[in-house]
Write a protein that binds this ligand. Structure first.
Ligand SMILES: *Cc1c(COP(=O)(O)O)cnc(C)c1O
Length: 231
């Protein structure tokens, strides 16, 4: 077994253990492998070990890997900050976007989604930590934004995503994740449709996220190792 395959196995076991601890079905959380900075060969190893969904943060880097790995049936999720001038490439090449935080981005993605593809799955990114520097709409804006996104034909609103501030305080981790779950309930009531996705939890806090209802965890380091941003 390669180390990526072994790491993937260990992450899957963490997810199952967290589901059991939370008294949730063990298949109620899906795993998104976050592969930013890693070469296509690393993703190919993960795919050979059964991983089908990959998250990328940088458009150009992602497009290269999507091309190189076109022989595999992979599902691509865009999870990084998105600039308006990059929406077309994302609308044309990804199945999901987790980082929609303003209507203008959603409108562009909808208009640019090719009509021969199914609607693009989107999550609204919400800032649950209240730090001015972080992207994401405010929790109080989420319902109105979600209702506007619901009307866009090229998109399918699936739920909410958050990246809380890193902390080792597990009680604080859980409060942030609980706040996203509560926002999802408010947004669902406002749109009149139950949104099924809570995209929250990463390598260091996936257990807390699953305790608070995550349906998708985004895990990079625990699968691929520590990223090197100096190369
Ligand atoms: C990099 C990244 C992750 C993965 O973080 P790890 O700590 O490496 O698991 C998850 N979500 C987003 C949005 C990211 O940018």
């Amino acid at each position: 077994m390669t180390s990526i395959a072994a790491n993937l196995q260990a992450v899957r076991e963490r997810i199952v253990a967290a589901c059991l601890a939370a008294r949730r079905p063990t298949d109620s959380v899906s795993l998104l492998a976050v592969s930013k900075t890693w070469p296509a060969s690393a993703l190919r190893e993960a795919a050979a070990a059964g991983q089908g969904a990959f998250g990328e943060n940088y458009v150009q880097e992602a497009l290269e890997k999507i091309g190189t790995l076109a022989d595999l049936a992979l599902e691509w999720h865009f999870i990084g900050p998105l600039q308006s001038n990059k929406t077309r490439a994302v609308a044309e090449n990804f199945s999901w976007v987790h980082s929609v935080d303003r209507l203008k981005l959603a409108e562009r993605l909808s208009a640019q989604r090719p009509p021969n593809l199914p609607p693009l799955n989107v999550c609204l990114q919400v800032n649950v930590s209240g730090e001015a520097s972080k992207s994401g709409c405010g929790p109080l804006e989420a319902a109105a934004l979600a209702a506007a996104i619901e009307r866009l034909p090229g998109l399918r609103l699936r739920g909410l995503m958050a990246i809380p501030e890193p902390t080792e305080d597990t009680a604080l981790q859980r409060r942030r994740f609980a706040s996203l779950r509560e926002t999802l309930a408010t947004v669902s009531a406002h749109t009149g449709r139950w949104l099924d996705t809570l995209s929250m939890g990463m390598s260091d806090d996936l257990e807390a996220a699953i305790m608070e209802g995550a349906t998708l965890v985004r895990v990079g380091t625990a699968i691929f190792g520590k990223r090197d941003y100096t190369i």
